[in-house]
Design a protein around this ligand. Structure first.
Ligand code: ADP
Length: 830
């Protein structure tokens, strides 16, 4: 081939290849060009794959599919690999002489006689290898090699260019893909993108930005101010500041702000941006994103509010810990409404007990906090005004604007808003908590929420305080009763018999202090056997006992009769665990009983004594009179003696009957004496004379000393005589035979003194004070001194009616003196 032809050929090849702009066209062209240069049985054009790190067949001729695969797999081990690595042409003119060569297919190797391998170069980079195999020995001339080399190198360059172009296209494609995806993603995530040319103040927004700001593109001027105008008035200055800080590089732009839409709705936006600067650091561009965080804000605000509420409620209840009366509680709550909830005013109304009136119990705020007192507190009837309505309906209410609320106008509210929440305890409204604010629409749902909780807290606290106050009152009442009762209240442990409670009155009873008694066994304070056993047995049978008597031994060792009234207290399973009851002092009752018994005995004795006293004289009267009647021949003297005895005995009977009648008159209150000036000497003489007969019988000597010309007394003659008989007859009766009696009548200090002194038995000192009592008699060993016990009682009554006195002095075994003194009659001055 001529040189000129060669050049022409090369030019043709170059122009054909350089117009190629895709890889498949390159492969096709190379195949054709190569065929034009040399016609061989097998060609394989390998290109280096950086990803697979091996040579891949780009174009092949004369290969079966199987051979293609094998060729690629073994390429790097055979000549193509060597050529690629060493970037040198390998020519094998006669394969039989080539020791290195290993054919890909042994069955075919026998027909291949010569081979040629060329590196495919892009400038100094090897991008592949080209192999040719011929069935003829020495098939490849120098010219062939030069042409093929040229084609290979040109292909390398074109291939590289095509690959680069492809890569660019692919990356452009990928970019397009990514940006589509990004925009889809930003749209779905609500992210808006903005791009602000700082130098020319051109702000470009994407579609989503308009959506975020609630405007359409035509409403947007495209300058910085347009963004700023969309912000909430309270945030625009802050927004400016953040942008400036980002531009100056002091702070990254990552902030939150609010935008206000045309419909006045407020939307929270999160903004993030990057500042681009020129080589001198001057900001030229700011690219950023915005997305809506309203929902997130709402949730986090709600969370914060609920945390706040928890904190507030916690503070409310903590500060209520010490408050245990209603007054303290209501004031504490109204105070806290101001300090914890930053309200202007708060009041609490509670129902007055058993009425339909609500009364303001506490109000705080607006200067109402002086001394925690509601002077002249407001009273509201059920159903009246906002508070009355809330109380009546048990439903919380917010009045956003009191000027448009009829009820509030009636309540005299001039402006602002109000809130009222019922205070409910166990489904019953006990009051209302209310707050008002000078601003309209101030109260929101969350105020209501927190007020409901506060009302609940207040209800529980107030009711607990009320019941505590009630308990305290009743406790105080019972404590007072407990401490002031005359009887002793006591509680005794059923099992141990120990005293577990006792009222302080025990000290009056026993001299033991309450503390000395507590914890001691009941029986320790009683004379044996003690009341414990009797009480437990009786209570075991009846559950309750009245009047079990016992003898208390007091601290001084003195005995005192007491009586128990007790009952058993059982626990929830009916098991008795204590005895409660009272102990009463029955000492006086006991004494009265004894006295009553004594007086009953005395009366019985009296009746038998009177019968006896009557029977004796009656017997002798009947005896003597019967004898006189039967003995017709009785001598006169004897008869006279008998009649005298009858007379004496009849006289004694009369006296006795007189006395008995008098005593019954005295008991009936009808014993009245008729007084007149009376001379005593004669009466006393007569009595002595009568009694001497009796005295003589006992051989008792009666002496007397009666003054003469004694003044008169104002008295009753018969009564005075009866008095003297009673005294003198006693003296004879209680003086042994042979004894003596001295009777005196004299004047002393304006009194006539009648005294009777005997040498008789005397009266024991213990009886001295009682001998003037009706029916009282001194018990004596001998029965001979039978009497009725009424003589001295009559003496005392008669003396009393004469304004006189009667005294007795006595020494047992020696004698007795009775002294009666009666005032003398003072003659009138006329
Ligand atoms: P009576 O003499 O019928 O028993 P009285 O009332 O006259 O009743 O006397 C009451 C008691 O006073 C008597 O039981 C007696 O024991 C005592 N008494 C009265 N006078 C004397 C006296 N002169 N000496 C001793 N005892 C007397």
């Amino acid at each position: 081939m001529k040189q000129k032809n060669l050049v022409k050929k090369l030019e043709g090849i170059a122009s054909r290849l350089s117009s190629i702009n895709d890889l498949s066209a390159l492969a096709l062209n190379i195949e054709k060009i190569l065929e034009e240069i040399i016609d061989v049985e097998h060609t394989g054009f390998y290109l280096w794959s950086p990803e697979l790190k091996t040579l891949k067949l780009f174009y092949a001729k004369g290969f079966s599919e199987e051979e293609r695969i094998e060729a690629e797999i073994t390429a790097m081990e055979r000549h193509p690999g060597k050529v690629f690595r060493e970037r040198k042409i390998i020519s094998v003119p006669n394969v039989l002489e080539d020791t290195e060569h290993t054919s890909i297919t042994s069955k075919r190797s026998f027909i291949i006689k010569s081979r040629l391998y060329l590196p495919v170069m892009n400038l100094d980079e090897c991008v592949g290898a080209f192999g040719l195999a011929s069935t003829k020995i020495d098939s490849f001339s120098k010219e062939h090699i030069a042409l093929l080399s040229f084609v290979c190198n040109l292909t390398g360059v074109i291939y590289r260019n095509l690959i680069s172009a492809n890569e660019i296209r692919e990356s452009e494609e990928a970019m397009r893909h990514v940006s589509t995806r990004l925009s889809l993603a930003t749209r779905a995530g609500g992210v808006g993108i903005w791009d602000w040319d700082v130098v020319n103040n051109i702000l470009v927004w994407d579609e989503q930005m308009y959506r975020l700001y609630g405007i359409s593109a035509d409403q947007f001027s495209g300058a910085y101010d347009a963004w700023r105008d969309g912000l909430h008035p309270e945030d625009s200055q802050y927004g400016d500041q953040e942008i400036q800080l980002a531009l100056s590089g002091e702070k990254e732009f990552n902030t939150e702000f609010r935008v206000v839409w045309k419909d006045n709705s407020i939307h929270h936006i999160q903004g993030l941006a990057k500042v681009q600067r020129d080589s001198s650091g001057r900001p030229i561009r700011m690219i950023g994103t915005n997305w809506d965080i309203t929902e997130r804000k709402r949730v986090s605000d709600q969370l914060k509010r609920s945390e706040d509420n928890h904190r507030i409620i916690n503070n409310f209840s903590t500060s209520l810990l010490g408050a245990d009366n209603v007054e303290e509680i209501v004031w504490n709550i109204t105070h806290n409404c101001i300090s914890e909830l930053s309200l202007e005013a708060a009041s609490i109304y509670l129902f007055e007990p058993d009425s339909d009136w609500l009364i303001m119990r506490a109000t705080h705020g607006r200067g109402q906090d002086k001394d925690d007192q509601t002077l002249d507190p407001v009273r509201i009837s059920l159903g009246q005004g906002l508070i009355g309505t809330v109380a009546a309906t048990a439903k919380e209410l917010i009045v956003p604007d009191v000027t448009t609320d009829a009820q509030s106008i009636r309540d005299g509210q001039s402006g602002g808003s109000k809130l009222a929440v019922p205070i409910i305890y166990e489904k019953e409204v006990i009051g209302v908590i209310t707050s008002d604010h000078s601003q309209k629409n101030f109260f929101r749902e969350h105020h209501l929420d927190i007020f409901l909780v506060i009302a609940d807290l207040a209800a529980n606290k107030i009711m607990r305080a009320i019941s505590l106050e009630k308990t305290k009152k009743s406790e105080l009442k019972y404590r007072n009763i407990f401490e002031s009762i005359q009887d002793v209240y006591a509680e005794i442990d059923y099992d141990t018999g120990l005293i577990i409670e006792v009222s302080p009155s025990i000290e009056r009873f026993s001299g033991y202090a309450r503390e000395e008694v507590l914890g001691q066994p009941l029986n320790a304070f009683y004379a044996p056997p003690g009341p414990t056993q009797e009480l437990t047995e009786a209570l075991g049978k009846h559950g309750r006992v009245n009047d079990v008597e016992a003898i208390l031994v007091d601290k001084l060792g003195l005995h005192r009769a007491v009586s128990f009234t007790c009952s058993i207290v059982t626990d929830s399973s009916e098991y008795p665990f204590k005895i409660v009851g009272t102990m009463r002092d029955i000492q006086l009752r006991k004494q009265a009983e004894v006295a009553l018994q004594q007086s009953a005995n005395i009366k019985t004795n009296f009746v038998s004594n009177v019968s006896h006293e009557l029977r004796t004289p009656m017997a002798s009267i009947l005896g003597f009179a019967g004898t006189i009647l039967r003995d017709k021949n009785m001598d006169e003297e004897t008869k006279m003696d008998f009649i005298r005895v009858i007379n004496e005995e009849a006289h004694r009977l009369t006296c006795l009957i007189e006395n008995v009648l008098d005593i019954s008159r005295m008991e009936a209150g009808s014993y009245k004496l008729t007084m007149e000036p009376t001379q005593l000497e004669h009466i006393i003489h007569e009595v002595i004379e009568n009694q001497t007969v009796l005295a003589n019988k006992k051989n008792i000597d009666i002496q007397y000393d009666i003054e003469k010309d004694l003044p008169l007394v104002f008295g009753a003659r018969d009564a005075i005589s009866q008095m003297a008989v009673n005294v003198l007859s006693n003296a004879i009766k209680f003086t042994n035979p042979g004894g003596s009696i001295m009777v005196g009548l004299s004047l002393h200090d304006g009194h006539i003194v009648f005294d009777v002194k005997d040498s008789g038995l005397g009266i024991p000192p213990a009886d001295l004070t009682r001998i003037f009592e009706k029916f009282y008699r001194v018990e004596r060993a001998k029965r001979e001194d039978v009497g009725t016990g009424i003589g001295l009682a009559i003496v005392k009554e008669i003396v009393d009616q004469h304004q006189g006195t009667v005294r007795v002095e006595s020494t047992v075994g020696k004698g007795t003196i009775f002294r009666v003194s009666l005032p003398v009659l003072i003659p009138s001055s006329e």
